[in-house]
Design a protein around this ligand. Sequence first.
Ligand code: NAP
Length: 309
Amino acid sequence: MKIGIVGLGLIGGSLGIDFRSHNYTVLGVSRSLETCQTAIKIGAVDDATTDLEFVAQTDLIFICTPLDRIIPTLQQLIPYLRPTTIVTDVGSVKASIVYPCSQLWTNFVGGHPMAGTAGQGIADAQTKLFVNRPYVLTPIATIPPESVKILENVVRSIGANLFLCTPEAHDRSVAWISHLPVIVSASLIQACMSESDLGIRQLSQNLASSGFASTSRVGGGNPELGVLMAQYNQEALLRSLHQFQEHLNCLITDIKAENWTNLGQSLESTRRDRSLFVRMPQFNREIGNRVIFTLSFFLFCFCVASSIG
Ligand code: NAP
């Protein structure tokens, strides 16, 4: 199968690297010629150009541009597509993309790989970015089921964990676990920078360690992506932010009132509930078997050597 990727950035480039390592032929299109050349050099594509027509010969096209360029890109692609070509996107918001795109192209299946880094552009593309990460597909009723099946198989082939849901359910869920954290993390950094005593601010910066690194990571990511995600998922994000504000106010009230019991109970439940969202890395059966085999082999050698000795 030939795969086309439009938008050779962090996500498009990383998908390309993994698809090629699973023997798919990958043709890329990006806005800048330099990006196309880098993508070829690092092995993210078999070939790439700045001309959209280049991906017309592929069977499955991933649109990996920023959110606001997904619909215009599909509109420009349509004159070159065969009726059987499946088109998908990787945008981090679904309803506002999926419905207009499905109107334009019946064979459009919305998608969102739940993986990323603070990086941006082809220079930050990396191998195995999607392994053991959720990858959501949001097919709607008008999409041919066989197109969804083909995309499901491709997504599974790069080691991602597949989930299917409606575009609306996707947007409300990611508002909680992806978009709200970006805004909360950004406001954390802003609050720290608002310290008016410059000596204290400098000392905080010197003392900041792993805890601050974890909690500020997503607030220090790609600003363009952050603005687009708020713009395209405004309603669900605001809903989550208001509920977050209420919970923050309750915690402030407990601290002000020196209600340490309440505060302790809240922290007890958050400690317990975090594991519902953040799973421990999955045990890799294959690696586990190899470790067991190696240990058994050494134990066997040791027993033989002891009995000889
Ligand atoms: P990125 O690193 O900035 O890459 C986007 C690439 O799209 C740029 O490198 C740019 O290539 C290219 N581009 C921009 N406009 C274009 C156009 N009109 N035609 C062709 N190429 C165009 O961004 P990203 O992080 O990969 O994000 C891309 C998409 O993935 C977004 O829709 C985002 O919502 C989604 N996503 C991101 C993450 C994440 O954590 N980063 C996670 C999941 C999903 P040039 O260099 O050629 O200009």
